[in-house]
Design a protein around this ligand. Structure first.
Ligand code: ADP
Ligand code: MG
Length: 256
């Protein structure tokens, strides 16, 4: 399990004249759980969105499981091809993403939210997809909530449905963008526990979070990002306890 599941080299991304990612190099091994820390506006969400093909990148390479993604061209020389929307959608299936704001379909029950993509995209049989959804809801501690709508669920429950929905696509990688930042404090623990259990199954995960305890206890590595660059990347005990960079130390002193 030493090969890299995600490999990023020289990634640049601008919005207009603002360069938001200024040459990101990052590797995440298969089964690794990486915490991505950094102040607001440092480019964390943009980096996740580039990995997940939600943004077109300007320069650099992103590979997930050995496949080039993250920009809309594939191949070399005369074989260089613009990827179709269909191919992009297909590439994106190997990545599950969980957002701060849940992004559930409000007119669908928990089960309907979970089966929508497996049935619509992967063409799974509805009956099998529903059985799988029940198993996944059980796994996130919501076995009895399948028929409820998002409005009938707490924020923490909604987020656990969102995690189950992402897992229903059998992703190789799970990306989390501040999954607990919108939650009342007493609901954070349940979501972090589901993520902890997921980490223990060997899932490769990138987690943008301000939960330093989670980063320290669950994550294999921690990267600190500031102003579009990764300033520090290493074991939690090194980055969190003995940061080498003054900006990392300053950030940690504010969130701890
Ligand atoms: P973080 O997630 O670390 O808070 P973001 O990746 O959301 O940071 O944003 C990094 C910078 O990029 C910010 O200055 C933000 O305003 C800018 N930005 C993000 N998305 C867009 C966009 N779609 N258009 C223009 N600027 C953007
Ligand atoms: Mg963000």
């Amino acid at each position: 399990m030493t090969e890299n599941m995600i490999e990023i080299l020289g990634l640049h991304k601008s919005f207009g004249s603002t360069e938001v990612l200024k040459g990101i190099d990052l590797a995440v091994r298969s089964g690794e759980v990486l915490a991505l820390l950094g102040p607001s506006g440092s480019g964390k969400s943009t980096l996740l969105r580039c990995i997940n093909h939600l943004e077109r990148i300007d320069r650099g390479v992103i590979e997930v499981d050995g496949k080039l993604i993250g920009h809309r061209l594939r191949g070399q020389g005369p074989d260089l091809q613009e990827l179709s929307e269909g191919q992009i959608a297909k590439d994106r299936r190997s990545l599950g993403m969980v957002f701060q704001s849940f992004n559930l379909f409000n007119h669908m029950t928990a089960v309907e939210n979970i089966v929508e993509a497996p049935v619509g995209v992967l063409k799974r049989k509805p009956k099998e997809a529903k059985a799988r959804a029940a198993t996944l809801l059980e796994r996130v501690g919501l076995g009895d909530k399948g028929n409820l709508y998002p409005s009938q669920l707490s924020g923490g429950q909604k987020q656990r449905v969102a995690i189950a929905r992402a897992l229903a696509m059998d992703p190789k990688v799970m990306l989390f963008d501040e999954p607990t930042s919108a939650l009342d404090p007493e609901l954070v623990g349940d979501v972090l526990n589901v993520m902890r259990e997921l980490a223990a199954t060997g899932m490769t995960m990138v987690v943008v979070t301000h939960e330093i305890g989670f980063a320290r206890e669950v994550c294999d590595t921690v990267a600190f990002m500031d102003q579009g660059q990764i300033l520090e990347h290493g074991a939690p005990k090194d980055v969190l306890i003995n940061p080498k960079n003054a900006r990392t130390a300053d950030f940690l002193s504010k969130v701890l």
